[in-house]
Design a protein around this ligand. Structure first.
Ligand SMILES: [Zn+2]
Ligand SMILES: [Zn+2]
Length: 274
């Protein structure tokens, strides 16, 4: 019995969206076949008009198109009726903490996932900006990424941090372990101090890097301090719910993690990895 903490209902990439309940049922059904009995439903905060001006750059400005109310009305219809927790995946933007806080206060979420998708205007997972990985020094990318991730943790805005080594997504060269491991430690220390969970996200196996987020060495640091970790597929389609969870649990165990946590509608639950 598992909980998939990070599932997007959004139908296709940023098209006008309705949220038919049957669509949710397809996600739940797909999860059942993988022993996933509950889902954390999120959408990208930047899709909604209320996020206007919070994220820097043209790319985001073109995407905040739909009223948040469409999503929250859907959540009102389904929460309590299905085994789901309702949430949002929200970008962390340095300096925009107050605006993000106000935005998040518009609804009573069960949980909010914090993401660093952007280093200022550079979208780490935006295909059209991939060349930026070649133009920039990998050490600059990764140190800025963890610098922002630590700030995200310390902002107090989020219950968990998602895909916590996202800059590896396309498989571009990474800095050495001797540079990364001190960042991992600092990041984990911030998570522990601020009681924020770390997400194990299997979507990396569907991306060019073909690796689960995060790297085993980061997960080992998390295990050392018994940091709560969640399981997530980041599915945008029913067929990806709970996908690669066997691999995620095996990785977690190999790194010394003995249980996973879930933010559910009834609070935090933990499941032993046995
Ligand atoms: Zn994300
Ligand atoms: Zn996501």
């Amino acid at each position: 019995m598992w909980f998939d903490q990070h599932v997007h209902m959004e139908h296709g990439p940023y098209t006008p969206t309705e949220y038919p309940v049957e669509w949710l049922e397809q996600f739940l059904e797909a999860g059942h076949s993988r022993h996933v009995m509950g889902l954390g439903i999120v959408e990208h905060g930047y899709r909604f008009t209320e996020s206007q001006g919070l994220l820097p750059g043209e790319w985001s400005a073109r995407r905040c198109l739909y009223p948040l109310r469409g999503y929250t009305e859907f959540l009102d219809r389904v929460r309590g009726r299905y085994p789901i927790a309702v949430g949002l995946e929200m970008d962390y933007v340095p300096g925009a903490e107050e605006g993000i806080r106000n935005y998040l206060q518009r609804y009573s979420w069960d949980f909010v996932l914090g993401s660093v998708h952007f280093l200022d205007e550079f979208g780490l997972d935006v295909g059209e900006m991939k060349d930026e990985y070649v133009r920039r020094d990998p050490e600059d990318i990764w140190s800025l990424y963890y610098h922002y991730s630590i700030q995200a943790v310390e902002s107090g805005l989020f219950q968990a941090i998602t895909h916590p080594d996202l800059p590896k997504i396309y498989g571009f060269p990474k800095p050495s372990d001797s540079m990364l491991i001190p960042w991992y430690r600092q990041f984990i220390e911030a998570l522990a101090d601020n009681h924020v969970a770390l997400e194990i996200n299997t979507a990396g196996l569907r991306r060019p890097v073909k690796e689960i987020y995060p790297h085993p060495k980061l997960l080992e640091e998390a295990a050392k301090v018994h940091l709560p970790v969640t399981l997530a597929s980041d599915a945008h389609e029913p067929e990806n719910v709970g996908r690669f969870f066997d691999e995620a649990r095996q990785l977690a165990r190999e790194c010394g993690v003995d249980k996973v946590s879930a933010f559910t509608a009834n609070g935090i639950q933990t499941m032993s990895l046995g």
